[in-house]
Design a binder for this molecule. Sequence first.
Ligand code: BES
Ligand code: MN
Ligand code: ZN
Length: 514
Amino acid sequence: MKISRWLVAVIVLMSVSMTASAEYLETKVNFSERLSSSAETLVVLVPADTQELSLSGWSNETAAQINRAMQVREFTGAAKQQLEVIAPMGLSVDRLVLVGVGTPSDLTRIEAEEIGAALANHVNSTKAATVHVDTSLVSDVAENGRISASIAHGVDLRNYRFDRFKSEPEPRPSQSYEWLVVSNSAAEAYYADLQGLANGVFLARELVNLPGSTGYPAAFAEMARAALEPLGIEVTILGPEQVRELGMGSLYGVSQGSQHKAHLLVAHWKGSDDQPIALVGKGNTFDTGGYNLKTSSASILAMTTDKAGAAAVVGTVAALAAERAPINVVAVAPLSHNLISGEAQLPGDVVTAGDGSTIEVANTDAEGRLILADGIWYAREHFNPRVIADIATLTGAKVGALGTEYSAIFSEQEDIIRTLRTAGENTSELVWQLPLGPYRNVTSSRIADRRNTGSPGAQAGALFLQHFAGDTPWVHIDMAGNALIPSASGIHPEGATGYGVRLLTEWVKIYSAE
Ligand code: BES
Ligand code: MN
Ligand code: ZN
């Protein structure tokens, strides 16, 4: 018994160490003020309204061919235009790719990332292993650094792969991108922070992509620990006994029917002495629904993503720590496994939450709010945060209302709503406010202090959670449906999106600077 436990721990740790850091950046990136040897593909960033394109070293014939191709394809350098010339005359490269960047100072971070993603997609469709990117036509030093780094970041985001369960994974081409930039130091400074962010997104994607029997609560917590501690983050993991001793019966009950019992993960990046910002993420590592069993095979299959809120807060602290952000932020992730057995919670059971209040479990499938109630309470009780943001794949009702492009946000604090909206626009992880009121008593219970269901569905979840935030400024983010995409799109490969990491990393910075 002892030995097999120890073996499991070793195996978990071994698989964990593979995910810890820059493993998923497939591309080697190098910024330089002078290009070294030659490459198979040459990419040129072209600003808007470029009529005549000529780079140093091009003969008249080369320039004539390229400019003719530009005319034929009506390529003007508008943002996101892409034009490939195969075997360009007089150049040693196999392919020349012109990439429009529009007016550089107007090019948004999102546009730059999408340009990078489209470029990666294109390069991956060829056999090129070496790529040069000439950015010299973007002459302003600061813009050149910002745009080059953001496009490189877009390449990275698109190139993540989840192939640990393939016995013969598609070979990951080892590509090297060499960027000809105006200033090395400007581009590198930008890129370093974005690499930290990319690793936070990859960590979240990795955790969300794990199947339910692989990424169970203890395994999730250990994987997070292995990735976070090397960044200087203080990680605390409470096991099921501690969860119970601390009175978190609402969190405990959801997993009581599973062999994988509740855990609570706390990850604290203390980048300053300010009052902390608390991020609480739903980490239900699988959602069968419990005795209110999910009966559609499509909906139950998607429930490997029910830990995406926890993955988002873990990825966010990883990103903030990687860039040594001077911010005090703590991620709290209640972790559960909503399964059935002879010991599982029954519909109608009453549990007692950490704050001492009682909850009627009117529906075992409304488990997210049960574990978040104790996660939010724990964050308040142990960290006295200035603000709490919880994020969760909470309700199907949210998907019905807003679909999968937006998450729903609920708060009574205008400054939180405003800053989240800005963060959403900056990262294209969009948010839309739904009202908390004037719904009253929608979660009142005949036999307990409150119950875990009510109508309208998304609001009832939010109103239930609001109680546990007490008088701490608070926002609830319902990201149901945003965690996974069936096929690659933009900066996202197929599978887990890592939704929430880019949004929350941006929001924490904006909110803490207010
Ligand atoms: N994890 C689900 C919500 C969900 C739905 C996430 C679709 C992602 C995509 C949640 O635990 C759930 O089952 N919610 C129920 C609540 C209901 C029983 C009150 C729902 O929305 O149907
Ligand atoms: Mn559920
Ligand atoms: Zn759920």
